[in-house]
Design a protein around this ligand. Structure first.
Ligand SMILES: *Cc1c(COP(=O)(O)O)cnc(C)c1O
Length: 383
């Protein structure tokens, strides 16, 4: 990372690549084939096996995967998709790409800031085409209940698994519960390569649709034609350029080998963080200790018990060299969404957005780093 002095001593996130990662990318660059090809196919196969699904389709981002998932669910003008508002804007924006309407649902509580299944049930209408569950911070949303709710009504369950590769619920991996799971490989995610995403599904039809639409709905790709299997193609629908390129696929393959070990380290660090934070007065630490062993432990969110302190606490931590962020501002409170959805009111989500702070966290963080964060937080809150 850049070594300018303005960077905090303890950043929110830091990425450490290994020599074998760089070598995998260099080999790919030397191979002369840079987009959708054998390395992407190998990564898809490895990812599908690791997740336990029939199909994994690499795309250019999680946002692209969400867009294709909603399209595969048949979302179009007049249709509604129930999403949380306590998530990244892309979860809702991709519904709007399809001409559909996002319907925002509450989180269960600040201690369990995942989508509330009861609130989802209340918001289902004859126009509901899909429900999207986000596994916030890597902890399972109630996809067991949501799946029942959706199955009973013929609604598609989509999982936004951007935070939660290799996390699970009742022994089944997240991203394998619904019609499709959308993963992110953006820079600061658990399995990060800069930009990239993936759609996982057990449905042959969804897989065929997504493979086609990620590359202009062409009946054959450049790689097929390069291999001489065909010289021509047809375009059979409205497609997109949502392809992943080969250097990133190579980096993903290389990093995927260490994913379980890195998540194991994240869990150890999370357990230790939670112990340290349990003695800090004035905060709520979301989720139960018992959920850590099946979480991907993407980030460390905390909620300040008292409303109105967020900006000040964040500024005082920054003065001590500790970067924090708000994870997440409520989507429906952003200007562009307030204009479209002026009447949305979600008190629990809004309070969470006003009181949440995310603490520095990455697999190569040291015990000393963690102690520093917890001590600084306790000092700031004691004043
Ligand atoms: C990061 C993120 C996305 C978008 O991922 P991209 O790969 O950057 O498109 C979507 N949803 C959630 C919950 C995210 O955290």
């Amino acid at each position: 990372m850049p070594d300018t002095e303005s960077f905090p001593a303890l950043p929110l996130f830091d990425l450490a690549l290994q020599p074998q990662d760089l070598q995998a990318v260099a080999e790919t660059l030397r191979s002369g084939w840079l987009t959708l090809g054998p390395r992407t196919a190998a990564f898809e196969e490895a990812f599908a096996a690791q997740l336990g699904v029939r199909h994994a389709i690499a795309v250019s981002s999680c946002t692209a995967a969400l867009h294709l998932a909603y399209l595969a669910a048949g979302v179009g003008p007049g249709d509604e998709v129930i999403v949380p508002a306590f998530t990244f804007a892309a979860t809702a924006a991709a519904v709007l790409y399809c001409g559909g309407t996002p319907v925002f649902a509450e989180i269960a509580s600040r201690a369990n800031p995942n989508i509330d299944a009861d609130d989802v049930e209340r918001r289902i209408t004859p126009r509901t085409k899909a429900v999207c569950a986000v596994h916030y911070a890597g902890y399972a949303a109630p996809v067991d209940r949501l799946r029942e709710l959706c199955d009973e009504r013929g609604i598609a369950l989509i999982e936004d698994v951007a935070h939660a590769p290799s996390a699970s619920l009742h022994g089944r991996k997240l991203g394998a519960w619904g019609m499709a799971g959308a993963f992110s490989f953006f820079s600061n995610k658990v399995l990060s390569v800069g930009e990239g995403g993936l759609l996982a599904t057990d449905s042959d039809d969804v897989a065929e649709f997504v493979r086609s639409r990620r590359s202009h709905a062409m009946t054959s790709g450049t790689w097929d034609r390069h291999q001489g299997s065909t010289d021509t193609y047809d375009v059979v629908g409205l497609g997109f350029n949502y392809r992943l390129d080969e250097p990133r696929a190579a980096l993903l393959l290389s990093r995927l080998e260490r994913l379980e070990a890195e998540i194991a380290r994240r869990r150890e660090l999370t357990v230790r963080y939670r112990e340290l934070l349990s003695s800090v007065e004035g905060i709520i630490v979301p989720f139960e200790d018992s959920a850590v062993p099946t979480s991907s432990c993407y980030v460390i969110p905390i909620m300040l018990e008292r409303d109105g302190l967020q900006a000040q606490v964040s500024a005082e931590l920054r003065e001590r060299g500790i970067q924090t962020s708000i994870f997440y501002p409520s989507i429906h409170r952003f200007s562009a969404y307030r204009e479209r959805f002026p009447d949305v009111s979600l008190p629990v989500t809004e309070l969470a957005s006003r009181t949440e702070l995310t603490l520095p966290f990455y697999p190569h963080m040291t015990n000393d780093d963690q102690d520093r964060v917890a001590t600084a937080l306790a000092e700031v809150l004691a004043r």
